[in-house]
Design a protein around this ligand. Structure first.
Ligand code: SF4
Ligand code: FES
Length: 245
């Protein structure tokens, strides 16, 4: 495939950015989107030009580091992470626009790299859970029903990529936060700090500059781990209950 790429270039957080146009050729269907960018970067380096900065780590859909707005879609046209998106999702002659996540809480560091440490600070605000330490206890000592275990597990698959924030017109972090709240709220180990946790995390979320949820649902549609919208209902219910306590 031969492709035209319009890629966001920005030298630093305080510097104005712009879309720069590049041509790439002989791109295989089997390449991942990041491998295609690697090919472009090798060409830029060979020509003595500055390569495009972008984040990645595992390249297996696990770590949540990669995340690009690809022609207006968070992580591109498939429900997957950018590193697991393959070039077979595009066709010869396509023009693809590549931008960083856009949100007040995710300032651009350089080119396509944003600072997502606001998500880490929300998790830190959630604090700890109280469990007795010592030798691992027998698993059946603490019964958890199958539906609760499944829901907790599904919520815990959130990789903190930030696509939900990037896709949301309000730049809300409530799907991410709802996933973190739900996976502990469903389990006995998460009960002792349940009220304090939700209040503290919501306060941090708002302090970081994320917007509120207005039930649009773009977050869940863009989420590579298909975190369901109802984790936000759990978050809201827990927050209401904590405030009434
Ligand atoms: S909820 Fe989904 S889109 Fe949002 S950070 Fe977690 S995995 Fe990424
Ligand atoms: S690089 Fe780890 S999820 Fe994409």
């Amino acid at each position: 495939m031969n492709l035209t790429l319009k890629i966001w270039r920005q030298d630093g957080p305080q510097v104005a950015g712009r879309l720069a146009e590049y041509q790439v050729s002989d791109i295989s269907d089997d390449m991942s989107f990041l491998e295609m960018l690697d090919v472009l970067n090798e060409e830029l380096i060979t020509k003595g030009e500055e390569p495009i900065a972008f984040d990645s780590d595992c390249r297996e859909g696990i770590c949540g580091m990669c995340g690009l707005m690809i022609s207006g879609h968070a992580h591109g046209p498939e429900v997957t992470t950018t590193c697991q998106l393959h070039m077979r999702s595009f066709k010869d002659g396509d023009t693809i626009t590549v931008e960083p996540w856009r949100a007040e809480a995710f300032p651009v560091v350089r080119d396509l790299v944003v600072d997502r440490s606001s998500l880490d600070r929300i998790i830190q605000a959630g604090g700890f859970i109280s469990v007795n330490t010592g030798a691992a206890t027998e698993a059946n000592n603490l019964p958890v029903s199958k539906p609760k275990a499944d829901r907790a597990f599904d919520a815990a698959t959130c990789i903190g990529c930030g696509a939900c924030v990037a896709a949301c017109p309000n730049a809300s972090g409530m799907l991410f936060m709802g996933a973190k709240i739900t996976h502990l709220s469903e389990l006995p180990q998460g009960q002792a700090q349940r009220d304090a946790r939700v209040v503290s995390m919501v306060n941090q979320h708002d302090h970081e500059g994320f917007g509120g949820c207005t039930n649009i649902g773009e977050c869940s549609a863009a989420c590579p781990k298909e975190i369901p919208l109802d984790v936000i209902s759990t978050l809201n219910a827990d927050f209401r209950k904590a405030k009434q306590a």
